[in-house]
Design a protein around this ligand. Sequence first.
Ligand code: SAJ
Length: 412
Amino acid sequence: MKLCICGLGYIGLPTAAMFASHGVEVHGVDVNKHAVDIINQGKIHIVEPGLGEVVKQAVEKGMLKASCSACEADGFIICVPTPFKGSSHEPDISYVEAAAKEIAPYLKKGNTVILESTSPVGTTERVAEIFSELRPDLAVADENNDVCDIYLAYCPERVLPGRIMYELIDNDRIIGGINRVSADMAADIYAVFVKGELLKTNSRTAEMSKLTENSFRDVNIAFANELSLICDRLNIDVWELISLANHHPRVNILNPGPGVGGHCIAVDPWFIVSKTPDLAKIIGTARNVNDGKPEWVKQQVRNAIAKLNRHCTIACLGLAFKPDIDDLRESPSVFITRDLAQEYPDCVVAVEPNITELPVSLADKPLKLVDLDEALKADVILLLVDHKEFKEIHPVFSDSQILIDTRGLWKR
Ligand code: SAJ
């Protein structure tokens, strides 16, 4: 079997490498020429445990090749980003549409096309429309008819960054066919390496399922974040509260933090809200609660400085969007650190054990990247990420220092 995989980012590249290491010839496509060149050298342009070795071997064996354009294949998988349109919360599916247009000329009878990108409900049907417009010579899958030339399915990725190579194989997978036969064809493709269950449904349910999973997590984190605000006002330790409440056999509260980051949980719920704004009330409110948390954290710092009533240094511990990764994109810790550095120029230091230089968004701000020992001497210590390097130590602070522990790491 030969697959053409469009989009060689955090999902597309591991997926391409996984197929290639299971005997499938893979032609990977990306608009980023630099990424294409790196991959063709057997190297990777992203950080993911276990990925580098699999890519290296696949490229050496000639099973994985990257390019800036598509080619003929038995199956196509689209793994391109679906960001917001500008500064709105509306989904931008233009990369999916561009990928569909890129592969349309190469389609031939019997091909299966799979969309993996997180997408608003109805996007797979939009891809079918594009194929029908550009390839009137082919019968594209249609929900009312199981006889077709091109099979089309939506199969969301559900892997956790940092565990992708493991979860790709072991997670159950939702296979949403435009029609029944498309779900069967797509399931056959994933059966090459997936050990989890292949759960067949229609494309709209599969699209909604992906959005629902991440919204479920967002709503539950929002509940924990709201509790942290309430407990602060009522002078209750939220970490002790949650730990006690979680002893109830049917209660499992997640952890409050400085806000929700990454490209999934903080984004996907809006794809539901934008389709059904009058109905998605809890989902929209949860987004706003989580997005409001960084502002509350900054106010805690201002209160601490007012309490100390002197010129203060502030140490921000952790910049990544979650523990033990180097991914700083959409990280609330980066936003908080950036804003504090602007508000208190040359008073802010940051510690991030997983990077060696500040990201572009912080590079021109009046702050310094320092090591942990130096940071712990600051007047206000703001713990933002529960990295293992921070967990391993048990610092003792003097009475003239104030600790703001957004993860409950040193409080617990
Ligand atoms: N967070 C909290 N408190 C918690 C848990 C998480 O504040 O108790 C914060 C994290 O610090 C981080 C954010 O939420 O800023 C998101 O982290 P995460 O670990 O919950 O999720 P992601 O974004 O790394 O991956 C999620 C996963 N979805 C679910 O767990 C339902 C993953 O399985 C998906 O594949 C991924 O989104 C995706 O690509 O959609």
